[in-house]
Ligand binder design. Structure first.
Ligand SMILES: NC(=O)c1ccc[n+]([C@@H]2O[C@H](COP(=O)([O-])OP(=O)(O)OC[C@H]3O[C@@H](n4cnc5c(N)ncnc54)[C@H](OP(=O)(O)O)[C@@H]3O)[C@@H](O)[C@H]2O)c1
Length: 331
């Protein structure tokens, strides 16, 4: 018998870690929103590379688990104590706990921000998590300024494209790396002044040449294993290496003395979640991202759309490295 106080929904459930086909779509019963929560009918779900690490068990999760960090939707019901959102509001989140791969969901109101009227849900989801990442990287971790040389690895990827365009808008000379000539072309379109194919031997020398011998004041490295030691060689004296992902695998163990030998470098390994933990900071950062979208600093390019019943295709596409740009999951 159906409980009149619950709503029927569908969600991706993970019972074990593994390849893309471990994700299964199941019917779920959703309770009415608890105090301080709202119930969302989700309209678009963001695919992000972290979903792959978590599905594969590289970033551990308690099982069984949902998957996904980002979605946009419309508020359907509000729980007690929610005063700043109402039924019908269009909202988005990136940090409301795992489980965004679903058509309906209860979410803490404090984790939501309204989507501006002139940005549609799919465009928002295509870019929001990635742009919120680029936002803290260029504004907080290493505040990029006029005249800096910035190296962005995987510059044709989702985060990479936003990061390159934003660093250019801040007045930096941007050098991007990517894994093929076609992706180098995309990196340039996204704002890189120079693009280097890091699948070819000698890419570190090519990056240093592109910088006119100055090397990079900051290296944004989300590739990890295949690029990390090269990143240390590309960084200028007293420069910063920002390791923020591991698309090719975790970096090798190394002696911190290497940072001294390579030029008294700074190394950090940040994450988007602590940068957006409290509601006021999250909403202020989001406002900056929406403004960058409205001003054209950030361009939205949706590379493909997949249904919730085909999320495995999104994961396989990203893992194949044939993708460039955002994949949107449509519930
Ligand atoms: N720390 C944070 O706050 C944070 C937040 C968001 C994302 N990230 C990280 O940022 C990176 C990009 O995320 P995204 O969502 O923009 O993903 P994406 O669009 O799929 O980009 C990933 C890129 O990594 C490159 N890559 C290199 N080696 C790879 C491999 N073995 N398998 C797959 N891709 C490989 C690919 O470019 P080429 O083919 O050109 O090499 C690809 O474009 C990920 O490492 C992610 O974990 C970190």
């Amino acid at each position: 018998m159906t409980d009149p106080h619950t709503t029927q929904g569908r969600a991706i459930v993970l019972d074990r870690f593994g390849e893309a086909d471990v994700m299964t779509l199941r019917a779920v019963q959703l309770a009415a929103p608890a105090p301080d929560e709202v119930q969302l009918k989700q309209t678009a779900i963001g695919f992000n590379f972290i979903d792959i690490y978590q599905r594969a068990g590289k970033y551990a999760l308690p099982l069984p688990s949902g998957l996904g960090h980002e979605a946009a939707g419309v508020v359907q019901a509000i729980g007690a104590g929610v005063t700043d959102l109402g039924v019908g509001d269009r909202v988005i989140y990136i940090n409301a706990g795992i489980g965004a791969y679903a058509d309906r969901r209860n979410v803490q109101a404090a984790k939501l921000v309204r989507i501006p009227d002139d940005i549609d849900d799919e465009d928002a989801v295509a870019i929001f998590f990635k742009a919120m990442t680029a936002q803290y990287l260029v504004r907080k971790t290493f505040p990029v300024k006029q005249g800096d040389v910035v190296l962005v690895h995987a510059a044709a990827g989702g985060v990479g494209q936003v990061l390159s365009g934003w660093a250019k808008a801040l007045g930096a000379t941007v050098i991007g790396t990517a894994g093929s000539p076609e992706k180098c072309r995309i990196a340039k379109e996204a704002g890189c002044h120079h693009a280097v194919n890091y699948s070819e031997e000698g890419w570190v020398d090519r990056v240093i040449e592109a910088s006119g011998g100055r090397k990079a004041n900051v290296v944004y490295d989300s590739v990890g294993k295949h690029t990390f030691l090269g990143s240390l060689d590309c960084a200028a004296k007293f420069g910063m290496v920002v390791l923020f992902g591991a698309a090719s695998g975790p970096v090798p163990d190394f002696d911190p003395e290497l940072l001294n030998k390579k030029g008294c470098l700074f190394l950090t390994r940040p994450s988007v979640f602590p940068h957006n933990a409290d509601t006021a900071t999250f909403r202020a950062n989001a406002a900056e991202v929406f403004k960058a979208m409205q001003d054209g600093v950030i361009d939205v390019s949706i590379a493909s759309r997949v249904g919730l019943d085909h999320v495995a295709d999104a994961h396989r596409l990203a893992e194949s490295r044939k993708n460039a740009g955002a994949i949107v999951i449509v519930p």
